[in-house]
Design a protein around this ligand. Structure first.
Ligand SMILES: [Zn+2]
Length: 46
């Protein structure tokens, strides 16, 4: 089973959406390393 990767897509209000399943965080600009909705690993650059 391949590991799923996704990324957080901010909408016009600053809420992050999972690019895989569309999960939306309750707080603006709040992101996690793994999507709570589908479990995809978020690739982050910092
Ligand atoms: Zn997801």
């Amino acid at each position: 089973m391949e590991k799923a990767y996704a990324e957080w897509i901010p909408d016009e209000y600053g809420y992050a959406h999972c690019s895989e399943c569309g999960y939306e965080h309750d707080s603006p600009e709040y992101v996690t390393q793994y999507c709570p909705g589908c479990g995809a690993c978020m690739e982050q650059e910092d």
